[in-house]
Each structure stands twice: as structure tokens, then as C-alpha cells.
Design a protein around this ligand. Structure first.
Ligand code: G3P
Length: 214
């Protein structure tokens, strides 16, 4: 399973990259707004750190405006994947991008049929938001199971990029279902590495190491 980091914080990307945990990066307007920097500047910095797919989201919602943004992003760096919303205008943009060789990540997916539409339009990645479904009393992971089944049934090449990941259980469950990618906040990446038995075991080894003659 590939790990992407879901952040607009370049410092977090450097840390996670150093741990070998970054195959790609996803950003969105909310994450970039938190950085207080210009979207383009952040993405250019990320492209210098990570040699993998970097999702940059459009900030408009009409086909013409989204296509203008997509073409601009495509010129910035070969690794940029244009993130487009799962709305009819967005699907039109996905189709044109596919025809023009621009890779896309279709975001804000909350149902299996939406994921089917994105694949048919030619999306490179589909981003189902599981945490936000859990937030409203649905089971986000059931959506992942359905999308994986549908895509396998028809051999769609669209990759399932599990988004809105909030905890380690999400990552394990997504891996069990065979999702292609999890995009994970840095805080959750750190949680993934933790186990209390690792900490207590290491404490004992460190203590005993002092007793070994050198
Ligand atoms: O990149 C989109 C996504 O992962 C959003 O996560 O936590 O805002 O629902 P969250």
C-alpha cells in the first residue's frame, strides 16, 4: 500500500519523507490556508522534496475555470496531479484532462456510484472521505470496500486513495481491503509507529545495555 501525506506543511513532509513514509502528497484549500503561504509556492517546495504524485486542488467550480487551473498546474511540474471536485462540471474537467494527459484526483467522494462515475470519466485517483462519513454516523470503510469491489469487477485503472483518515484503524482496515493508497495526516503517521510494548521493551534494553561490559 502506498502512503501519501495529507498536509500543506512542508516541515511535516520533510520529517515523514525522512522516515520513508511518503510516496506522494495530497493538499487541499483548507490545508494550504493553514500554512498561510501561496498555494503555488507550497506545491513547488513539495515537488522539490518528494518525487511522487503531488495533488493540487483547483479553487474554482466551473468547467472553464477548473480547466484553466488544471492546465496551469500541469505546466508547473510533471508530478502534479490536479484535484477536482466530484460534481458534473468536475467530471467534464476530468474527461478533458484525461484526453490532454493531465492526471486527476477526484475529491469529495461520498458514495460508490460517485466513484464509478469518476472512473468512467478517466480519473487517475478517487478520494473517498472516510472520516467525514464516520462523523455523520455512516461507516466510511464500507464505502472503500464497495469501491474496491466495483473497480476490480471492471478492471478500472483509477486508484483508490483513501482520504479523511483520522486514526491507525482506518489505515489497517484500508490495507486489509486492498485500497491502493492512504493519504495520512502527519499526526496519524506518528501514531502508527507507536506501541506501548515497544516503549517498555526499549526502556529495559537501554537499562540492560548499561550493564554490559565495554
Ligand atoms: O485531503 C482531503 C482529506 O483528507 C480531508 O480530511 O480530516 O478534513 O476530513 P478531513
Amino acid at each position: 500500500m502506498k502512503f501519501f501525506i495529507d498536509t500543506g506543511d512542508v516541515g511535516e513532509i520533510r520529517e515523514a519523507y525522512a522516515m520513508g513514509l511518503v510516496d506522494g502528497v495530497t493538499t487541499n484549500p483548507s490545508l494550504i490556508a493553514k500554512s498561510g503561504r501561496k498555494y503555488r509556492d507550497v506545491v513547488v517546495d513539495i515537488c522539490e522534496i518528494v518525487n511522487g504524485p503531488i495533488s493540487a486542488e483547483v479553487l474554482t467550480t466551473s468547467y472553464d475555470e477548473m480547466m484553466a487551473e488544471a492546465r496551469d498546474w500541469h505546466k508547473v511540474h510533471k508530478n502534479i496531479v490536479v484535484k477536482l471536485p466530484l460534481i458534473p462540471e468536475g467530471l467534464k474537467a476530468v474527461k478533458t484532462c484525461a484526453e490532454e494527459g493531465i492526471r486527476t484526483n477526484v475529491t469529495l467522494c461520498f458514495s460508490p456510484v460517485q466513484a464509478l462515475l469518476a472512473a468512467k470519466a478517466g480519473a487517475s485517483y478517487i478520494s473517498p472521505f472516510i472520516g467525514r462519513l464516520d462523523d455523520v454516523g455512516e461507516t466510511g470503510m464500507e464505502l472503500i470496500a464497495k469501491i474496491v469491489t466495483i473497480y476490480n469487477n471492471y478492471n478500472f485503472e483509477t486508484e483508490v486513495l483513501v482520504a479523511s483518515v483520522r486514526n491507525p484503524v482506518h489505515v489497517v482496515d484500508a490495507a486489509m481491503l486492498g485500497a491502493d493508497i492512504c493519504t495520512i495526516p502527519f499526526s496519524v503517521m506518528l501514531q502508527l509507529s507507536k506501541h506501548p510494548l515497544t516503549d517498555t521493551g526499549l526502556k529495559k534494553f537501554v537499562e540492560d545495555a548499561k550493564k554490559i561490559p565495554r
